[in-house]
Design a protein around this ligand. Structure first.
Ligand SMILES: C[S@@+](CC[C@H](N)C(=O)[O-])C[C@H]1O[C@@H](n2cnc3c(N)ncnc32)[C@H](O)[C@@H]1O
Length: 373
């Protein structure tokens, strides 16, 4: 193939189109798709795969393009499993084969099919869906094709509807109203998880979030799929709505819609498994290792914290007191006996069990102390 350049991610070499996207979420182009900025997300896939994938499993990168993600997982997870790559674009299939050979991964199986057709015929233990925009077209077939206790991994880059900029699009696409708020990134992620949980429930299957996060301009979820109507029912008990009062800053989650701007129905259960994130390690062979290490630390601190977060800037506006450093405010809250953590959704975000009025009181004493220091 002409017009290719060689790049290295982790310990994997990849031939990619010369004019590849270096920045931004990446859009459809005439060439086989490759976005260097997604290296971080692929590093996380490798770290996750090292902890979760097992020998002998069938692992599919369903929308593989150059094969970057699936080949890296095959090459870097250290698991002897059956790795398979698929893309309906023949040029992508040819390029991923070349990339497989470049890394002595000639055994990796290549498909060139519509992903939905492939999923309707075969079963896998791990299915990655990394689409342009929304994954909705593939979710139903993925949850059916995934074996019991297997993992469906999916990304969504249609963030504007999910953040709350286009609530009606979110309603059409995901069956849930989104809403603009300081914690809109979190409700967007929870709408996406809720959508997958409902699709799985149709087939008497439940989901268990192993790792769901927001980064740059996308959401990514790794969800375990569990057989049984009981598992599906247990998931439905995690559904509800989320909202807040702009004046008092009070947040709520509820199983009924309290105001017409509440986001939902959405997933109110955990976003990740504490056990999995505890085991994940950002090793030095990964190109974005320092960033991975930082975000894994924040994920660990978020495990078990309540849904929805506050943003220090909102508290500053409300109290007209300039904000302390977020880390200082978090230490202040913990010293005062509150449960508090940062959040990967926002560098100025604070997760806590405090009610808004108590948090505002604490903020005032922290910010005033800060001023007199
Ligand atoms: C965003 S790219 C995937 C990027 C890749 N996972 C990576 O990490 O570089 C989406 C790919 O999905 C492929 N695609 C879109 N719809 C498809 C379908 N219905 N079946 C199979 N492949 C499809 C496109 O050809 C494109 O290569």
């Amino acid at each position: 193939m002409s017009g290719l350049v060689s790049v290295r991610e982790g310990i994997t070499d990849l031939l990619v189109p010369e004019g590849f996207s270096r920045k931004g979420p990446g859009t459809r182009t005439e060439e086989v798709f490759y976005n260097r900025q997604m290296e971080f997300g692929r590093d996380i896939s490798v770290i996750f795969g090292r902890e979760v994938l097992k020998e002998g499993q069938r692992i599919l990168d369903g929308l593989a393009a150059t094969g970057a993600r699936g080949l890296r997982m095959a090459n870097e997870c250290g698991v002897r499993a059956d790795f398979e790559l698929n893309d309906r674009d023949l040029r992508a299939a040819v390029l991923m084969k070349e990339n497989a050979e470049l890394n002595s991964l000639g055994h990796v199986r290549i498909h060139c099919r519509d992903l939905r057709a492939l999923l309707s015929e075969e079963q896998f233990d791990f299915i990655d869906i990394d689409p342009f925009g929304s994954p909705v077209d593939f979710v139903d077939s993925a949850v059916q094709s995934c074996r019991n206790r297997g993992v469906v991994a999916l990304a969504a880059t249609d963030t504007a509807p999910l953040y709350g900029a286009y609530p009606k699009t979110s309603l059409r696409r995901y069956g849930a109203l989104s809403s603009r708020s300081p914690f809109g990134h979190e409700t967007g992620l929870r709408i996406l998880i809720g959508f997958v949980a409902r699709e799985a429930a149709k087939h008497d299957r439940g989901i268990e979030p192993m790792l769901c996060y927001h980064a740059d301009h996308y959401f990514r979820c790794y969800l375990r799929i569990l057989n049984g109507a009981g598992k599906a029912d247990a998931c439905l008990r995690h559904f509800g709505y989320a909202g807040y009062d702009r004046k008092t800053l009070e947040r709520w989650t509820s199983d009924v819609r309290k105001t017409k701007t509440d986001a939902g129905p959405l997933w109110l259960g955990p976003l990740m498994s504490g056990d999995t994130v505890k085991r994940m390690k950002a090793t030095g062979d990964l190109g974005t290792s320092p960033r991975c290490g930082k975000i894994i630390d924040v994920w660990r601190s978020e495990v078990g914290m309540p849904a929805l977060f506050y943003v220090v800037d909102e508290l500053a506006r409300k109290t007209k007191l300039s904000p302390p450093k977020t880390q200082n405010f978090l230490s202040f809250l913990r010293d005062r006996g509150a449960d508090a953590s940062g959040t990967h959704f926002d560098p100025k975000g604070v997760k806590t069990d405090l009610r808004a009025k108590d948090l505002i009181k604490e903020y005032k004493s922290c910010a005033r102390g800060n001023r007199t220091r």
